[in-house]
Design a protein around this ligand. Structure first.
Ligand code: 5GP
Length: 192
């Protein structure tokens, strides 16, 4: 997605050989117009699937997932990372190791919102080693629902998550795939 790649080149900061900071438009401040275009692009890429729900992970997946939900007219569920008093039982849970925070935490979704038979599109901001997506896939499986696809805003193609998921037969649509990066230059994978 050209406008996304342009934005990453313009304001993205390569913090280390493996960490890209995009808090100017995705992870802290949100560029709503770009997120709207991201939602439209996901909708076009998944136009052949019949989804019933969109599932993401708080907090950075919420903006792109909501934009897709708006375009498709579908409910958007975000898995919560912390247990809250109001989210106590009836939960679907999985353990996820956070790439950026280097902590392992439990993610939870209420069974009230994810049901057997649901056809789910999973959305997240980044794909690195695939931990977050694997946790979300586990939650979908526990609900006896089906993951019809995974939509990622930025995949880091030099990490192994995307390759592993695709090898397992998971459909992964990434709007930008970073093949390599350093402080002066980011190379994106050519996509059709
Ligand atoms: P994974 O679970 O695939 O290893 O990592 C994906 C998760 O870690 C995403 O939910 C995202 O929040 C975070 N993440 C991974 N790599 C990056 C990165 O380079 N920059 C930022 N801002 N977040 C990342």
């Amino acid at each position: 997605m050209q406008s996304l790649e342009n934005k990453i080149r313009e304001v993205g900061k390569v913090l280390s050989p493996i960490v890209l900071k995009v808090d100017a438009f995705l992870n802290h401040q949100i560029d709503a117009a770009l997120m709207k275009a991201v939602g439209e692009e996901f909708a076009a890429r998944f136009s052949d699937v019949k989804a019933t729900k969109i599932l993401t992970l708080e907090s950075s997946g919420i903006a792109p997932a909501t934009m897709l939900g708006l375009v498709l007219g579908l409910p958007v569920i975000f898995a919560r990372k912390r247990k809250s008093l109001t989210l106590s039982d009836n939960l679907l849970s999985a353990t996820v190791h956070s790439f950026t925070k280097n902590v392992t935490s439990e993610i939870s979704v209420s069974r009230d919102f994810l049901k057997a038979g649901d056809q789910v599109i999973i959305i997240d901001d980044f794909l690195a080693n695939g931990e977050a997506v694997r946790g979300l896939l586990s939650v979908v499986e526990q609900a006896d629902a089906t993951a019809v696809g995974v939509g990622i805003v930025i995949e880091k193609g030099f990490q192994h998550g995307g390759k592993e998921l695709r090898e397992k037969g998971v459909r992964v649509e990434s709007l930008a795939i970073v093949d390599s990066m350093d402080v002066d230059h980011i190379t994106f994978r050519q996509q059709d």
